[in-house]
Design a protein around this ligand. Structure first.
Ligand code: PNW
Length: 485
């Protein structure tokens, strides 16, 4: 059963769906410039139009209504609202989200708003982006603007989304905007994003918004590749760098010991007082779960499994013999189009580890979970319709949601967690960052030539789940039901 009050939702982010990058006074984002550089996005795909959601918003909300979701998580494009990232506010940009919020409420869909989902205004990136402490204050200011404009209508706020991905991909590996590749950027970038979260939270509290406030971290349980002690040490270090570095400060007010003792990434210093801002109480903790990470010591054949590197269109495939650790593929494991391992049982591990590590954890909402698989359209002649039998995505979602619900139910291994919701990433296929349009995560298929939207089997499965408020006994049963249509 899906517990009463448990939120079932779908999620997107502005830069991945909106398009209309030059319209109605939107300023440039760092991502506009990064994505236009040759070699950054698979096959040179452009985010200029994406799902054209900026022009198709009412029809997209109508489709959400048909889907029957309780809630929709979307992000505000900072450069639409504050074109320079500071100072003047762009009325036309504010108006778009005004209309979106009104449309959602008119359709009884509860809005969850992410303030920052990676589209930093270019002007701020030019001043150092998250390497610059000032960017944190700018996010605080942006939160105050959003609170004044939308505070009356937003049920849940997420201050920032996955600072870990921004740090790793944007500042250490150079795979995302702003394309910086230096591990020494790690600590300042982490700290300024977390401070930005704290300042944004403060601004929302000061504005007395009635909605609940949280932040979102991605969490990936880390497993050593073998019993070799070096693999165990590497896995511990990876867990710190990928998970604890972001969750500990927010939930305990301290950076992990390993980071503090070893000054692992740089000699970066910050005022002690920041930790109180970063660790202010949250109404909920947002957790994105996609997959676990399997780690081995040394450079290995490549830093990440070849399929993963290829999907991101980068050169990470090459062996780096001097590297301290690398990510191993999982033996005998299904992978998504991204090369990500499908391991629903690690959803329970993630929740269990969170419960053990953070005794004062607030209620948790899984703010993202989902899978990219290449879809095939099937023409069903008798019913005169096009059908997209995305069995593997359906199974992924059903297994992960089921695991999360069982783990947090009384008697489950993570029963200490008060789980309040699950948001599917994503409502529709979209611009998957450096993966371009080649990583479809949607419940709704988007034809990027014609902009035609086609609900997939997983859409109908999710629709039925929300009507019944009950998961089919097994993923097989869910797949069979969706096929019967
Ligand atoms: C998230 N990982 O990114 C983002 O919040 C979304 O914008 C994105 O489209 C979605 O997941 C799918 O990629 C992630 O390596 C990036 O574990 C990397 C990881 C997970 C999520």
């Amino acid at each position: 059963m899906v517990p009463t009050g448990f939120t079932l939702g779908v999620a997107t982010a502005a830069f991945q769906i909106e398009g209309a990058l030059d319209e109605d006074g939107r300023g440039p984002a760092g991502w506009d410039v990064f994505a236009a550089k040759p070699g950054t996005i698979v096959d040179g795909h452009s985010p200029a139009v994406a799902c054209d959601h900026y022009h198709r918003m009412p029809q997209d909300v109508a489709l959400m209504k048909e889907l029957g979701v309780d809630s929709y998580r979307f992000s505000l494009a900072w450069p639409r609202i504050q074109p320079d990232g500071r100072g003047a506010v762009n009325r036309a940009g504010l108006d778009f989200y005004d209309r979106l919020l009104d449309e959602l409420l008119a359709n009884e869909i509860s809005p969850m708003v992410t303030l920052y989902h990676w589209d930093t205004p270019l002007a701020l990136d030019e001043d150092g982006g998250w390497l610059n402490r000032d960017t944190a204050y700018r996010l605080g200011e942006f939160a105050a603007i959003a609170a004044a404009a939308y505070g009356d209508r937003v049920a849940r706020w997420v201050t920032i989304n996955e600072p870990a991905t921004v740090t790793t991909n944007g500042y250490a590996l150079g795979l995302h905007s702003p394309g910086k590749a230096d591990f020494a950027n790690g600590l300042p970038t982490v700290h300024h994003q977390l401070l930005g979260h704290g300042l944004a939270l403060q601004a929302l509290r000061a504005a007395k918004v009635p909605g609940e406030i949280g932040m979102t971290n991605v969490y990936s349980p880390v497993v050593p590749n073998s019993g070799n002690p070096l693999d165990w040490i590497s896995a511990g270090a990876m867990d710190v760098a990928q998970n604890r570095l972001y969750a500990d400060p927010v939930l305990t007010g301290k950076y992990p010991d390993l980071i503090r003792a070893a000054k692992l990434f740089s000699s970066f210093e910050h005022p002690d007082e920041d930790m109180a801002v970063i660790s202010q109480p949250l109404d909920f903790y947002g957790l994105n779960y996609y997959m676990p990470t399997r780690v081995a010591a040394g450079g290995g054949d490549s830093p990440v499994p070849a399929a993963m590197a290829e999907a991101m269109g980068d050169d990470l495939r090459d062996a780096t013999p001097g590297a301290p650790l690398h990510i191993e593929p999982w033996p005998d494991t299904e992978t998504t189009a991204y090369g990500w391992p499908v391991k629903p049982e690690y959803m329970a591990v993630a929740l269990k580890e969170m419960a053990e590590r953070y005794p004062k954890l607030p209620p948790v909402i899984i703010t993202e979970g989902g899978a990219s698989f290449v879809d095939v359209k099937v023409r069903d002649k008798s019913a005169n319709r096009t059908f997209i039998p995305d069995e593997r995505r359906l199974r992924y979602l059903s297994d992960h949601l089921g695991t999360a619900l069982r783990a947090t139910a009384p008697g489950g291994e993570a029963e200490a967690i008060d789980l309040r919701g699950y948001y599917v990433w994503s409502f529709m296929d979209n611009f998957e960052w450096s993966g371009g349009y080649k990583q479809p995560f949607g419940l709704v298929h988007v034809d990027f030539e014609t902009q035609v939207r086609t609900p997939k089997a997983s859409f109908y499965w999710f629709q039925e789940l929300q009507e019944e408020r009950k998961l089919a006994a097994s993923a097989d049963a869910a797949v069979a039901a969706a096929a019967a249509g």
